[in-house]
Ligand binder design. Structure first.
Ligand code: NDP
Length: 401
């Protein structure tokens, strides 16, 4: 039985808190804090209606380390679950160190003024967390998160040696809107417009953004164009699995989404360079974010399924084998259960499970950890029990290039 403080009242925070409230044997007391307290209160109301559990709420600017430290000290949680934005990661890690509390997030740190995410900033906290006897778990969402747990499970149970790993992320959801991003637009558009990068024979291979695609027939969705992209978990997978010769990440995008993105990019709306507009400085990407629908408002509109998994090739008992581990999640079912669509659901549930792993002591340690370093079995069990069931399938042939 443990107290938990969740920071961030977006779609992911909402799902995580609903799921925690469904598991009060692990999460005995929940506080949700975010920049806008009214959003926390709306989530608290939904949690009470759906689960009968009352949670506390608070306003916090998590960029303010002193204020966040004071909040943590007053809430006295065993764990802070950071579901705000990647920009807040370091400030919240600092506040956890200052108050002596464990830390978890779902996205690696990204500076506001540079569209670049990597683990180096957070890995640099290794000694401080270790010396304090505290645990920081990085990237406990779906991707990063579950995809790394799938890889670790594959290595533990399905293959003696992994030669190649492909991560396939398909959102077959349709909002009926001409253009909307299914999680924070600023983070989403920064990710999609970045050059592609994959790991091959010990080095990163870069290419222009969205320049390499292939069609894949996703169960529950149908055939979709998927594009080679850079994604966070490639960095930790390459670090913790040096045996893997090639690691790639693929994400599906519809033609209409890409056309909007191209036009917005061409007119400069996706830029993060500050510019002067009518006498004041604005950042075009932030203006665009304000114009686009809030991801948390997409829940009632989204129909269809997500299908995210890993295809690994390698050897088992001396024979070549290709295995596909995946989860399919239905947007409307996710919405019925938590009031949020499947992209928030597939992130919020693993955040809850990662938190449960830490609070129950199944995952324990001092220092900064990635998902690849921890036993996949109890996490995989909880995925099956808490709304993200997975399957393992042998494929006749590896994914083509
Ligand atoms: P949203 O934008 O919907 O929500 C973010 C929340 O954080 C908002 O409530 C926002 O407050 C709050 N927030 C922002 N800045 C601060 C601050 N300085 N102090 C306190 N609260 C703040 O995002 P999502 O819920 O979609 O995503 C949450 C996180 O999950 C992101 O880091 C995202 O990158 C990550 N993610 C990870 C995935 C994975 O698979 N690993 C997939 C999808 C998302 P306000 O409402 O006032 O703006």
């Amino acid at each position: 039985m443990s107290r938990v403080l969740v920071i961030g009242a977006g779609g992911v925070g909402s799902v995580a808190v609903h799921k925690m409230a469904m598991n009060t044997d692990i999460f005995s007391h929940i506080t949700l804090a975010s920049r806008t307290k009214s959003k926390c209160d709306a989530i608290a109301k939904s949690v009470l209606e759906r689960t009968g559990v009352t949670i506390d709420t608070a306003a916090i600017d998590a960029d303010d380390v002193a204020a966040t430290t004071a909040l943590i000290k007053s809430v006295k949680p065993a764990l802070v679950v950071n579901l705000a934005l990647p920009y807040q990661d370091l400030a919240i890690m600092d506040a956890c160190l200052a108050s002596g509390v464990n830390y978890l997030d779902t996205a690696n740190y990204e500076p506001r003024d540079e569209a670049k995410f990597e683990y180096s900033w957070q890995w640099a906290y290794q000694d401080r967390f270790k010396d304090a006897g505290l645990m920081a778990l990085l990237g406990s969402g779906f991707d990063p998160g579950v995809t790394s747990v799938f890889a670790t499970y594959t290595k533990k149970h399905l293959l003696d040696r992994i030669d190649t790993l492909d991560i396939l992320d398909c959102n077959g959801g349709d909002t009926g809107l001409p253009f909307a991003t299914n999680f924070n637009p600023e983070i989403n558009l920064r990710e999609v417009t970045a050059p592609s990068r994959h790991w091959e024979s010990g080095q990163w291979i870069e290419g222009p953004a969205l320049s390499h695609k292939q069609v894949f027939d996703f169960e529950g969705v149908g055939p979709k164009n998927m594009y080679l992209m850079y994604h966070e978990e490639l960095e930790s997978l390459a670090k913790f699995y040096p045996e893997i010769q090639r690691i790639r990440f693929w994400m599906t995008f519809g033609d209409s989404y890409l056309k909007h993105l191209e036009v917005l990019g061409n007119v400069g709306m996706t830029s993060i360079e500050p510019m002067m507009f009518q006498g004041r400085e604005i950042i075009p990407m932030e203006l665009l974010k304000a114009l686009l629908p809030e991801p948390s408002s997409l829940g009632p509109l989204t129909k269809g399924k997500t299908n995210i998994g890993t295809i690994a090739t390698g050897e088992k008992d001396g024979k070549a084998r290709t295995v596909y581990v995946k989860n399919i999640c239905d947007h409307e079912e996710a919405y019925a259960e938590t009031g949020n669509q499947a992209v928030s659901y597939t992130t919020g549930v693993p955040a809850m499970i990662g938190a449960a792993m830490m609070l129950t002591g199944k995952w324990r340690g001092a220092g900064v950890f990635n998902m690849e370093q921890l036993d996949p079995d109890p996490f995989m069990d909880m995925l099956n029990q808490h709304g993200l069931p997975w399957t393992v399938e042998d494929l006749a042939a590896p994914l083509a290039f």
